[in-house]
Design a protein around this ligand. Sequence first.
Ligand SMILES: [Zn+2]
Length: 418
Amino acid sequence: MFPLFIGFSRRRTRNQPAPSRPQSSWLLVLLLFGCLPAGFAAPAQNQSTTKYILFLTADGFRTDYIEWYDPPTLRKLIGEGARVVHVKNVFPTVTTPNMTALVTGSYPRTTGIAGNTQYQKEDDKIVAKLRDNRAETISETLHKAGWKTGGVNHFMLENRGTDYYRSAGYDDAEKTTDEILDLLDHKDVHFVGAIYGATDHAGHQHGPRSDEVKQAVLGIDRAIGRLIDGLKQRGILDQTLIAFSADHGMSAYEPKGVSIDAAPALKQAGFTVATSQEQMKPDTQVVVLSEGVRLVYFRKVSEAEKQKAIKVLSSIEGAEVLDREKLDALGCHNNRSGDLIVSPLPGYTMSKAGAPGGQHGRFAERNPILFFRGPGVKPGVTVDTAETVDVVPTLLRLVSVRPAATVEGKPISSALER
Ligand SMILES: [Zn+2]
């Protein structure tokens, strides 16, 4: 069963009698008013109807890897589609909240997924492996609209609207492509949300400017190339809408570190601090979680102690304290994102200054890749700015499916034919 997408059918009025010998001026008028009589072809870009969506995400794929490492298939797809140059992801720029934002079109304030781990006041617990997303996923929305849906490696889509789910090995790009093609061939899915993971691990271990990251980028590119060939062989490439995105970018550790990390600064000032569930004690006053930035949660402190803690954190050189107002403006959750976040200033790193390898979590890693290619997407277009929460509403607009009430992003209309 597949829904009919009236929005991308040829624009013509069936009731209008076709003139036996149309004059060119008639045709011009008809074209101007978007009314093409039967028998006249619509512009080429409107002829294909989207029947498939591949929502592909590469973990930690910094957008300038395209220019640095020149992956040929991704370059070609970008040339045929619309690329967003400056992509704002959600803060902090770590994986779980961003993978969630990508597949829901919602900020952490709505999904409830604020970090890779988070302190949950209502449970008085630091929770890891967060899956309790409160917003509707794109696979749930499409499933309700009659689409058959699949997920490969996308842990935020498992049991969340996917009819079929496969774990292909997070870093195994070739196997990921195999599983996507298998779902198309044998399960008749028309939507797949998949993660190609290798770029993140290579980036963490070796830093963004490394041969290992280059090989990871080119490996993903080869696997995407085989996926595109597979779509061509099946005769469905022209009917396939592709989004290629990342959850966050990747940076080398800065040579300069902040003057002192948040947890030791608070401990020195006399606070009892926990940085993990194991360290939680009945008298723990402050929880500090490390996610490139520092999420600070006040557990048992008086107002005077809170002000003292803010003073201590504000005196850290090379970092800024983001208060509630700033966090709200970023779409952070009203308490799961911390009562405040200590964020290193540009050029500074919270810990491991000068260490080999790569990091993310800061504002500096708001540089993930994002492009679209397929029916209804303007070819060869560059969009200056968009957010990762805009991906879901953009894809849904292209297949004329109404977004869920939890979607906070907007369609990137400058990337779309109409
Ligand atoms: Zn990631």
